[in-house]
Design a protein around this ligand. Structure first.
Ligand code: ZN
Length: 290
């Protein structure tokens, strides 16, 4: 099926090889992506930089279709790499691959279509991967707001300035373990932070522990099998909260994504916010990539 698909376009070049499977791009696909960038108003402030990244083969459009995308997700990306994969793009350290459906007409899409947002999302993952310290310092306010609100909802926390410090320690540790070359997630880290929150919680001890365990279970399930359905009736009460945090604190509802990664991949929070809200910091961070 793959051979058949890639036999179609003309002037193909192998641009990536995963598990012996070759993936192709072409100059015309590159040119089409550049037109998408030029048409987008949300990419306007970084147009020059994004085009440079495309020309330097650091953003690589790959021919694909929806079957290939699900095939790739299943076959090529082990569960612990799932954090980089978001619908049709992924960031692999210093390269961004954008999977473009062979059958879609890229030109003539509405301005700021999903591809422009996808590029912004993946560019922010690249910032997190290449400039982790800068990323963390720059987006600390949003990360603190997000996780403080999330934990306040889940654990019914009374407000205290001290919670900020526990929350900051939580996402910093997770962030560095996730952005490392060889990511290893330490579940004890998560439980350790939760235990520090205990004394601010209005929940009974057993209730608190249940929430804490359910949270960790979702992360473990998701990492063990990315196709496992983590949205069970038991887990729903946890997984719906990130949506409410986005809505209440950042003013948008991310209907097109599931919010599992938010539980343990802090950069995902900033990348998702960037799709909906761009600030001078967003553009400044991306400009540094070139
Ligand atoms: Zn992402």
């Amino acid at each position: 099926m793959i051979t058949e698909l890639f036999a179609l376009p003309i002037g193909l070049q192998t641009v990536a090889k995963f598990e012996d499977e070759e993936f192709f791009s072409s100059n015309s696909l590159k040119e089409k992506l550049i037109i998408v960038v030029k048409e987008s108003s949300i990419l306007k402030p970084i147009e020059k930089e994004v085009i440079t990244l495309i020309n330097d083969n650091r953003i690589i459009p790959i021919f694909s279709n929806s079957e290939i995308i699900s095939y790739l997700k299943k076959k090529l990306f082990p569960p612990d790499n799932d954090k980089f994969f978001k619908s049709m793009g992924f960031c692999d350290h210093d390269k961004i691959y954008i999977l473009i459906d062979n059958n879609s007409n890229l030109i003539g899409f509405a301005k700021d279509n999903f591809l422009a947002r996808l590029l912004l999302h993946e560019l922010m993952h690249m910032v997190a991967s290449l400039n982790p310290n800068y990323f963390l310092v720059t987006f600390k306010p949003q990360l603190t707001i997000f996780y403080k609100d999330l934990f306040t909802r889940l654990f019914k926390l009374k407000d205290s300035k001290k919670i900020d410090l526990i929350v900051e320690d939580f996402y910093k540790k997770l962030f560095y373990s996730n952005e490392a070359a060889d990511p290893k997630l330490d579940m004890h880290r998560i439980v350790f932070s939760f235990n520090l929150l205990k004394k601010y919680s209005l929940l009974k001890k057993e209730e608190f522990e249940k929430v804490s365990m359910d949270y960790v279970k979702i992360v473990v399930y998701h990492l063990t099998d990315q196709h496992a359905n983590v949205f069970t009736p038991n887990n729903k009460y946890i997984l719906r909260e990130p949506y409410h945090v986005y809505k209440d604190k950042f003013g948008f509802f991310p209907i097109t994504k599931n919010c599992v990664q938010e539980l343990f991949v802090p950069s995902e929070v900033i990348c998702s916010i960037t799709e909906y809200k761009q600030t001078p910091e967003t553009y400044k961070a991306i400009k540094k990539l070139v």
